[in-house]
Design a protein around this ligand. Structure first.
Ligand SMILES: [Zn+2]
Length: 281
């Protein structure tokens, strides 16, 4: 089992993590990084440790930074195992727009050879177990509803007690719920907690020494945000006034921590407002 850590030195702007599992019957890759160029680097890393065929690519969700390198893995022979809901944050018609927007983020050179490869060959919505070369790899969505996104999956190795959590856990920033829901995220965190993992690989940032600690920190953050937004709504404070209580966004850094916290607060305010009105969030 290998983890390919992203650049963890830039806070929540850091690059995503990926991983791969080598078995005697092939390799299972978890996430494909943010561009074809990064996907090629990932394949080179895999080739530096094994000649086994790359059989599967599991996608933890459909955000660009986790799957825009997928086409390279697919061309290398991988079949894609993912949640079928690829429309995370973008509708089907907007996938072209998402590609253009992402090209501005990572640069044209990084995106050379890009094509979407996140539509699953094998669909997972509940739980699926891969048995390959004597290894058991459980891929699943063991909670109800959207959490970080509508299409989150986790990868669990029960014998090794290792979990790849995708962006349900972020070690160097905050877990985003703008494409998912805070209630769903709390359910997903409870499912992660119940695994009692020895190692939890977050979607971004370093592997925490204490997995339960990172899960608890994430739960406290989301619970705190829900309480704050609920308080604002009950005191008839508008969304804008509720956001005023948060740190100002950093000028010129749209993906800074403060900006992310405000986007989360915005989403949670609307979600809690619906809950209080008895509507489906
Ligand atoms: Zn994500």
């Amino acid at each position: 089992m290998y983890v390919v850590p992203g650049d963890t030195g830039r806070g929540s702007e850091g690059r995503p993590n990926a991983g791969f599992i080598v078995t005697s019957e092939g390799v299972v890759v978890i996430d494909a990084l943010a561009s074809p160029a990064q996907g090629e680097q990932l394949v080179r890393t895999i080739r530096s440790v094994t000649r086994q065929p790359i059989r599967w690519l599991v996608l933890t969700h459909h955000h660009p930074d986790h799957h825009f390198g997928a086409i390279v893995l697919r061309r290398a022979g991988a079949r894609v195992l993912a949640h079928p809901d690829v429309a995370t944050g973008v509708d089907e018609q907007s996938r072209e727009a998402a590609e253009s927007a992402w090209t501005l983020v990572v640069g044209r050179a990084q995106m050379a050879g890009f094509a979407y490869a996140d539509v699953p060959d094998v669909v997972v919505t509940g739980a699926d177990t891969l048995r390959l070369g004597g290894k058991t790899i459980v891929i699943g969505h063991p909670w109800r509803g959207a959490a970080h996104t509508v299409g989150d999956l986790i990868v669990w190795l029960p014998a090794e007690r290792v979990v790849f959590a995708g962006d349900l856990l972020i070690e160097d920033g905050v877990t985003m719920v703008v494409d998912g829901s805070s209630q769903g995220l709390l359910a997903a965190l409870a499912a992660l907690d119940a695994l009692d993992a020895r190692v939890a690989v977050p979607g971004h940032g370093a592997i925490p020494a204490d997995p339960a600690g990172l899960i608890a920190r994430t739960r406290d953050y989301i619970t705190g945000l829900r309480i704050a937004m609920r308080g604002a709504i009950e005191h008839h404070r508008s969304l804008n006034r509720a956001l005023d209580s948060l740190p100002a966004p950093d000028e010129g850094r749209p993906v800074s921590l403060h900006s992310r916290e405000r986007r989360n607060a915005n989403r949670v305010y609307l979600e809690v407002e619906k809950e209080l009105m008895g509507l489906e969030p």
